[in-house]
Design a protein around this ligand. Structure first.
Ligand code: F6P
Length: 471
């Protein structure tokens, strides 16, 4: 890591990219953090992805190069309460504005707090006073407060990869005041966009009126926490290089042959109700209905690897999507043309990036998303000589940066269909102009910039602590 940060970095995230878990199974968060860790080295703590009824009081340690992984299993009860129950049936739907999918019970909330406390007890003895600790995502909001309670003095930073909800959503979440208090125990809280920072500021004014809000800081119970936005980026050259290689691998060539000159529209998302797949498929059907000249000329390939299958709402969205896909096929398919190819399996990263390079249109229309790195990867993967067009939901964090994409409201199927028709008709000059501008943005705020700005800001809180802290 540049910028003279000499402290050891400790990263904590629910998923950890341990050597045995790398590849298709891991999410974008773990991939991004692995980049940072590979560059700087340090300690990475989290769940090993397994269930075990007797977790040892100390984490299992494994060192690979400059990274030491410290991992622990969850018990079945912890998995159900912390991961399924509170993180993914309460925080996730509320943070993604899907209140009808919120399922709260007090015992899940308690288990969520308990797991965070158990992890803090395991991690505290491993943290040295001059470490810098970076905690990730909604599973671990209370971890900072628990670490402090277990005597950790090092600077503690938290980054939320999802959106932060507005007051109306937060009002529906039982325990919201406690969650906010835990968030304010960090030294630095980072969000994907300035919009999320504003949502936190309004939530604090509403739920914790005794907290003092300054420009980019909040003072609460004698502690000052800095709040800022740090939009996550990608390694642009690495994505472009892997996409070029993937384009020409066995899968890339098979896809190209199967298209037989038809134009590829591509969506890549975990199978999650927040991704707006039902709305996306209906918008595509509308394109085929209102612009019949595109029938037989286009293919929508949607890759949606199954995700969180233990959470009942994910089973429901899967069944709903199967129905919609069936309807589209019944209505439009011909014996030699399937308008929609819908796959619920994952592929290696190089294959995905190769597919993105082949696509003329990236159709990324979540109903809500913290950032959406696939949108950025689509741009970086495009061939310079004839770049494709990104259609991006206004409700993804990436839309606040990627202004030259075609921005749509994913709930407006008429607008998405019209935009698809517009993208399919767009000439090379305009595509090129938009792509160049987008690439400039990606390069200015890449993955390295994200880690560096966050860690510098976190180190800065230590140099400039609240009066009674970090003695
Ligand atoms: O983006 C949010 C996130 O929870 C990441 O932390 C994770 O990489 C991804 O979604 C996959 O979800 P899960 O860890 O629940 O399988």
């Amino acid at each position: 890591m540049g910028g003279g940060i000499l402290s050891r970095l400790v990263i904590v995230s629910n998923r950890v990219a341990t050597p045995h878990r790398r590849g298709a199974a891991q999410g974008g968060l773990a991939t991004g953090l692995l980049e940072a860790m590979n560059r700087q080295g340090g300690l990475w703590f989290g769940w090993n992805g397994r269930i075990s009824e007797n977790p040892s009081p100390a984490p299992a340690l494994q060192t690979e190069g400059a990274i030491t992984f410290a991992v622990t299993p969850l018990t079945h009860r912890e998995f159900e309460g912390y991961y399924v129950g509170f993180a993914n049936r309460c925080l996730w739907p509320v943070f993604h504005a899907q209140l009808h999918l919120l399922h709260y019970d007090r015992s899940s909330f308690e288990t969520y707090l308990e797991v965070n406390d158990r992890w803090a007890r395991m991690l505290a003895p491993l943290i040295r006073p001059d470490d810098i600790v970076w905690i990730h995502d909604y599973h671990l909001i209370p971890l900072g407060a628990s670490l402090r309670a277990h005597g950790v003095r090092a600077p503690l930073g938290f980054f939320l990869h999802t959106p932060f909800p507005g007051i109306d959503l937060l009002r529906a979440l039982p325990g919201q005041t406690e969650i906010l208090e835990k968030l304010l125990a960090y030294d630095l809280v980072g969000f994907q966009t300035p919009f999320d920072c504003q949502s936190l500021s309004r939530a604090i004014a509403f739920f914790l009126p005794e907290a003092e809000r300054e420009a980019s800081c909040v003072r609460f119970r004698g502690h000052r926490v800095r709040v800022d936005s740090f939009p996550i980026g990608i390694d642009v050259d690495e994505v472009a290089r892997v996409a070029r290689a993937g384009h020409n691998n066995r899968h890339g060539r098979r896809l190209a042959t199967s298209l037989a000159g038809r134009r590829l529209i591509l969506g890549i998302d975990r199978l999650d109700y927040s991704k707006g797949l039902a709305q996306r498929f209906r918008s595509y059907a509308r394109l085929l209905e209102q612009w019949p000249e595109f029938q037989r000329q286009v293919v929508l390939l949607q890759i949606a690897p199954l995700s969180r299958t233990e959470v009942p709402e994910y089973d429901e969205i899967r069944r709903e999507l199967n129905g919609i896909v069936g309807d589209i096929h019944a209505r439009y398919a011909e014996y030699d043309w399937m308008p929609l190819r819908y796959l619920t399996r994952g592929f290696p990263r190089s294959t995905i990036l190769g597919f993105l390079r082949q696509a003329e249109i990236g159709l990324i229309t979540p109903l809500r998303d913290g950032m959406n790195l696939v949108a950025k990867e689509f741009v970086a993967a495009q061939p310079e000589e004839s770049p494709g067009v990104l259609i991006l939901s206004s409700l993804a964090g990436a839309a606040q940066e990627l202004e030259e994409a075609l921005i749509v409201n994913p709930y407006d199927s008429g607008e998405v269909a019209r935009t698809l028709a517009r993208a399919l008709a767009m000439g090379l000059d305009e595509r090129h102009r938009r792509w160049e501008a987008l690439m400039g943005r990606l390069r200015r705020r890449d993955l390295h910039h994200w880690t560096e700005t966050f860690l510098k800001a976190l180190a800065g809180t230590f140099l400039n602590p609240s009066p009674q802290e970090h003695p």
